[in-house]
Structures are given as C-alpha cells and as structure tokens.
Design a protein around this ligand. Structure first.
Ligand code: UDP
Ligand code: MG
Length: 313
C-alpha cells in the first residue's frame, strides 16, 4: 500500500444475513478497480447484530481470504442503529459508507457517490424514488411518518432516504460526537448538516434472506421494548387522553343535537359533563406526551452502553 493511500470503510450491519454476506462481499469488491485507480483501499466492517444464524461464520470465512475484513459481533440483537454506531466507531477510514447486507443499497453506484466527494461534497446520501415490492400498508405508514416529521421537526428528514451514505471523516466524527442513546440516524444525518449530495435510485429487492422489519414485528417489538423498561404507564396516559377527547367530542355532538330536538330538561348538566370529560382528556393527553419525553430522558440518564461486543477482529 502506498503511503498516501486513503481508506474507505464499508460498514455493514448484519442481522441473520449468512446468505447475503458472501454475495454482498462479491458484489462490492467488483467496484474496487475504480477506487484503486484513485488510491483508495477498501476496509470491510461487518457488524453482527446478534444474529442467530451463521452470519459470524460467513464473515470469518471472508476474513480467511481477505485481511481487510473486520467483524464486530454483539452479545445480542441491539438493533440497526447500534450496529451503525459500532461500525462507525471501529472504522479507521478517511471515508465511511453505510450499506445494508442485502444488496438493497447497490454497490454499483459507489463510484458515482465517490465522484461527488471528489467534487467537494462532504456526504453523499441516497433515496429511493419508489417503494416497489414493499407491502402497501408499510409504504402508507412510512409516508405518513415522513409527512408528520416534516411538519413537527426542524431537522430535514427526507422521504425514502436510505442509510446508504458515503461520508468524509469530518462528517463521521460529527456523527460519532452525537452521544445520545435513542438514536435515529435519519435525523442525526440531517442534524449534523454539511454539504450533502442526494442520489436517487429505484428500489431493489433483497438478494437473500428476508426483511427484519415486518410491520407487525416492528409494532410488537416496539411494545416489547416499552414494557421491558416499564415506561408503559406513561404511554397509556396519552392513549386514554386521546380516547377521552374523542368520546367527549362525540358526546358533545350527541347532547347538542338531543337538546335541539327534545329540549333540555335538566339545565346545565350536559354541558358540564362534556367540559369535564374534555378537559380531563386533554390533561391526560398532555401528561402522556410529557411522559413520552420523560421516558426517553430516563433512558438517556441511565447511560447504558449502546451495544455489547462478544467478539471482534
Ligand atoms: N439489521 C440489523 N439489525 C436489526 C435489523 C436489521 O443490523 O435488528 C440490518 C440487516 O441485516 C440489513 C439492514 O439492517 O443489513 C436493513 O435491514 P432489512 O433489510 O431487514 O430492512 P429493510 O431493507 O427491509 O428496510
Ligand atoms: Mg433490506
């Protein structure tokens, strides 16, 4: 290796990806010729997020033929966000790129991405222009989610944005400087800023294995998480609050219409009931929202490690 060779760290979060890992590697090394001409060498960092299949063995097999393959293996499944941060922490590269193991982040566009870095961009991000092959219900909720985020958040979160992103060391360090426990990468990327070039591509189906984010699994998993850490009572408050508001509203219309049609025999009480339940509902709703934030704070204050490493090379 020449002294001025730069390193591109390819970070790959893997959860039960034994079939995808070798395919991913084979596909990605194909792009090396382009990078070699520019004195950029690859470094692979596979982060095994507590896989239950042979993912670790698959990475070990790659390591035997390629010294530049590295592994961080977690003690259990900590989630993709934890895998991303672990990979970024281990990366030594002048550039880092985050890629899914399932080849849904096509390695073929790596050269194009790198060209923008050469042009002077600090990071090159990707977004899917469609959600082909995705369950419609998932697309629907994803769209609603992004729509809502745009309204309530100052940080730019792009619809269809992938975690597939090529970054300079400066941007990588900025992301590493964000120490929060509740990590939401799409928000973090937007928050750190820097000159970002967006590249679009069409959705690709995963090569092997299956998605870890089925709608129901996601939903149940989120419930599991809440209950395991027992902040559930806080969220229940907001659910009840919302419900009471709804009931009060329906009740209000009912009382109003009834009073119009049949008169109001006991003066005063219907409006009283409506107001009491409405205000009660609103109070619970607000308390619930506060509770949500407090539960996040609770987790931050605990300052638990974001992941635990079982094996590393
Ligand atoms: N992943 C992970 N930990 C998890 C779930 C997923 O590291 O708990 C990885 C997974 O192996 C893949 C990437 O995150 O490389 C994206 O996951 P997936 O393809 O299942 O998501 P989708 O593309 O369907 O949104
Ligand atoms: Mg995928």
């Amino acid at each position: 290796m020449k002294a001025d060779t730069k390193i591109l760290s390819i970070i790959v979060p893997c959860y039960n990806e034994e079939k995808s890992v070798p395919l991913f590697y084979a596909e990605t090394v194909k792009q090396e010729t382009f990078f070699r001409e520019r004195d950029v060498a690859f470094e692979f960092i596979f982060v095994d997020d507590g896989s239950k299949d042979g993912t670790v063995d698959a990475v070990r097999a790659l390591r035997e033929q390629d010294e530049r393959v590295h592994l961080v293996s977690f003690s259990r499944n900590f989630g993709k966000e934890a895998a991303i941060i672990a990979g970024l922490e281990k990366a030594t590269g002048d550039f880092t790129v985050l890629m899914d193991a399932d080849l849904q982040d096509p390695p073929a566009i790596l050269p194009e991405m790198y060209r923008y870095i050469e042009e002077g961009y600090d990071s090159v991000a990707t977004r899917r222009v469609d959600r082909k092959g995705e369950p419609p219900i998932r697309s629907f909720f994803a769209r609603r989610f992004y729509g809502l985020m745009r309204k309530i958040s100052k940080t730019e979160i792009v619809d269809g944005a992938r975690d597939y992103r090529l970054m300079t060391r400066q941007v990588t360090d900025a992301i590493l400087a964000m120490k929060e426990y509740n990590r939401f990468s799409k928000g973090i990327f937007g928050w750190v800023g820097y000159q970002t070039k967006w590249i679009e591509y069409e959705n690709v189906q995963r090569v092997a294995g299956e998605t870890k984010w089925s709608f129901w699994k996601l939903f149940l998993y989120s419930l599991d998480g809440i209950m395991a850490f027992s902040t559930a009572p806080l969220s229940i408050a907001s659910v009840f609050g919302f419900l009471f508001c709804l009931i009060a509203f329906v009740f209000m219309i009912f009382i109003f219409v009834r009073a119009l049609l049949y008169g109001d025999p006991v003066a005063g009480w219907p409006s009283m009931t409506c107001i009491i339940s409405l205000i009660g509902g609103v109070q619970l709703l607000c308390l619930g929202i506060m509770g949500q934030y407090m539960s996040k704070l609770y987790m931050e204050v605990k300052d638990r490690p974001k992941y635990l490493v079982k094996e590393e090379f």
